[in-house]
Design a protein. Sequence first.
Length: 335
Amino acid sequence: MKAAYVFGPRDVRVVEVPKPAIQRPDDVVVKVKACGVCPFDLRIYLGLFKGKYPIPVGHEVAGIVEEVGKDVTHVSPGDVVILDAMIRCGVCRYCRRGLDNLCERKGPLPNGFAEYIRIPSRYVYKASKTIDFIELALCEPLACCVNAVEKAGELLPGDIVHIIGAGPIGLMFLKLFKFMGLRTIVSEVLEHRIRAAERCGADLVLNPKADNVEKEILGFTQGYGVDVTVLTATTKETFSLALRTTAKAGTVLLFAARYPSITVELDPNIVHFKELKIIGVEGRTTKQFYKAFRLITTRAVVLRDIVSHVLRLDEIKEAFETALAREGLKVVVTP
Ligand SMILES: [Zn+2]
Ligand SMILES: [Zn+2]
């Protein structure tokens, strides 16, 4: 079968490898129908991930069950499924306390950009046949957004969130917060993403290149600032803006990793007097994945319109370059 690996910086190729077979009684082999391109894949592609080449890529997977081991009972061949493709040990100090997103002994990287993938059955979620595979594949990034939202603590209807960056993740946050009854401000500099945020129903869309974002936010929030700021793009400027424009007792969520990493300025007095919470968000737990699964499969959150490009597995390099260029929104690969 065909599978994509990164062989070196900016060198991703589709190669012929043996089709995975059932090895353990608990295994499921899935025919991949869609796999989203994630910033994590791009990190590997750009050579910023420490690993031995060739490195497998692709973890946002939806597909059809091809074959199951003899102990598998909850799915059978032909079922439409979503994969939570991050293997966790289940027994380390983080897994034990329910924070399996921080597992100390994660399994090998999955290879979702392939025709088939093998995975233990507990990571396989049976989905409805009525939803597009392309949309089902977005469960994993949505689960990461769920992780962030949970960390924002108690939110009341009508509370206001500021989402910095209207890329695929920013737009997912927008849809999620709208579903929760929050009011939304999005700031973004790219014109097509500004339009996407408007299309997705943001209450206020600001362009830092043209608008005084701080003034606009304080105006929109009657001087209080927002209850939550989500940084999907962290810079010195956006971090500082978040500290100034988040209300007392509000939360600043650091969603996106930065490569290379940066140093930001922090006046502890601001955090102290405003009782700000500054919280990191990394991946998603098993339960958060399940929540995202429910949001997608019940159509509570509909994500199809944030996918701008669907490319074939053979076009994997173009898919990665398209995502890097940020000319569109989410890029999804279908074998
Ligand atoms: Zn991802
Ligand atoms: Zn673990």
